[in-house]
Design a protein around this ligand. Structure first.
Ligand code: GLA
Length: 408
């Protein structure tokens, strides 16, 4: 009897700890889509502006296109109160975070917030170290749906330990909160965070340039191509998939790159099955920015239910070919011209077999024919019976989807 009771006790303890350790599993089944304040506003945020952005997200059509989360990044914080509860900055968020979350929810959107595993955030605001359970309860009470959790001021902390602690705290708080890890890849989260969170940054911060490295004095942030190359060189595409995404950082679309660069940036992020977190001022977008961010055929590539990150099939000088297998036997191909001169693309399907060992999918173009759809011009380009021969402008893409020709 005693023995049986002991076994039961061990099982129930295991079950309890095991439940606690699980993240919320039904979230982020496709790459999360939304908006975050950091890339354009940095610390200069306030509740009126965030409400305006939420309004714009709905009115512009971004919500209908799939963007769902409004996330306030660093600097919303005030002090902790005498009991250790975190407060919003009273000057910038006088109505409090709960009221803002309610407003965002009233628009049919979800609301996200930012904290840090260390004592202080990257901008020196209070971090969650030592307050993880208290903060998770606060976020749940405020109605938070998404937590981005940064890695500044974490000396002496283990990445697995600190992120697991917050994941368990969120679970304990019993509100399904999407957990976005932001350790810049330092702790190799792709190796262990699948059970802990829903997405993880793979690189340092994105910077508003095509291919530069920006020195902040001791640390760097990186242009679009630099991020792409770092992300690719990690060779971690098999770790990304429904519920757990490799995250090459938020979008810079609409923040000052050229239209060609913005299009290429968005096209490639879609291919990578990256979270699509817009980072521009949605209250004043150009027509071109809006068209890029809401391109339904490109978003469909990103959101495809297989959730497979593209692989780089080929690189010839400035021209790269990226391939992403899609559901229903479709394939997305993106020809990226990294350079400053137009590039000729000659792509013949004859005798071509494409294999993706990660997805365990392959296609033999001598055995199957596909219609070719250009997802930017929204025009059909014939079938794979004929080679593609065209030119890609400087710093731009040709992005196509191959759709099987139905057999008669
Ligand atoms: C880090 C993150 C950024 C942003 C800032 C805020 O640099 O990587 O995405 O959250 O902190 O201070």
């Amino acid at each position: 009897m005693i023995k049986q009771l002991t076994i039961l006790w061990v099982i129930s303890i295991f079950a309890i700890t095991n439940t606690v350790a699980q993240k919320f599993n039904h979230l982020a089944l496709s790459p999360p889509m939304g908006w975050n304040s950091w890339n354009i506003f940095g610390c200069d945020i306030n509740e009126e502006m965030i409400r305006g952005v939420a309004d714009a997200l709905v009115e512009s059509g971004l919500k209908d296109a799939g963007y769902e989360y409004i996330v306030i990044d660093d600097c919303w914080h005030g002090e902790r109160d005498s009991l250790g509860f975190i407060q919003a900055n009273p000057d910038r968020f006088p109505s409090g975070i709960k009221a803002l979350a309610d407003y965002v929810h009233s628009k049919g959107l979800k609301f996200g917030i930012y904290s840090d595993a260390g004592n202080t955030t990257c901008a020196g605001r209070p971090g969650s170290r030592g307050h993880e359970y208290q903060d998770a309860l606060t976020y749940a009470a405020w109605g938070i749906d998404y937590l981005k959790y940064d890695w500044c001021d974490t000396e002496g902390l283990s990445g697995i330990g600190a992120y697991t602690t917050m994941s368990q705290a969120l679970r304990k708080a019993e509100r399904p909160i999407l957990f976005s890890l932001c350790d810049w890849g330092h702790n190799k989260p792709w190796e262990w965070a699948k059970e802990v969170g829903h997405m993880w940054r793979t690189t340092g911060d994105i910077y508003l340039c095509w291919d530069c490295a920006h020195d902040h004095g001791g640390w760097f942030s990186w242009g679009i191509l630099k991020i792409l190359d770092m992300h690719h060189n990690l060779n971690i595409r098999e770790h990304s998939g429904p519920g757990h995404w490799n995250d090459p950082d938020m979008l810079q679309v609409g923040n000052g790159l050229s239209v060609n660069e913005d299009r290429a940036h968005f096209a490639i992020w879609a291919m990578l099955a990256a979270p699509l977190i817009a980072g521009n001022d949605l209250r004043k977008m150009t027509k071109e920015t809006l068209e890029i961010l809401t391109n339904a055929e490109v978003i469909a590539i990103n959101q495809d239910k297989l959730g497979i990150q593209a692989f780089r099939y080929n690189k010839q000088g400035d021209l790269e070919t990226w391939i992403k297998p899609l559901s229903n036997g479709e394939w997305a191909i993106c020809f990226l011209n990294r350079g400053d001169a137009p590039q000729k693309v000659d792509f013949d399907f004859k005798g071509l077999i494409i294999e993706d060992n990660v997805a365990d999918l392959s296609v033999d173009f001598d055995k199957a024919t596909f219609n070719i759809r250009n997802v930017w011009t929204k025009k059909n380009m014939g079938t794979t019976k004929k080679a593609i021969s065209t030119t890609v402008p400087a710093r731009d893409v040709l992005q196509i989807v191959l759709k099987p020709v139905s057999k008669k």
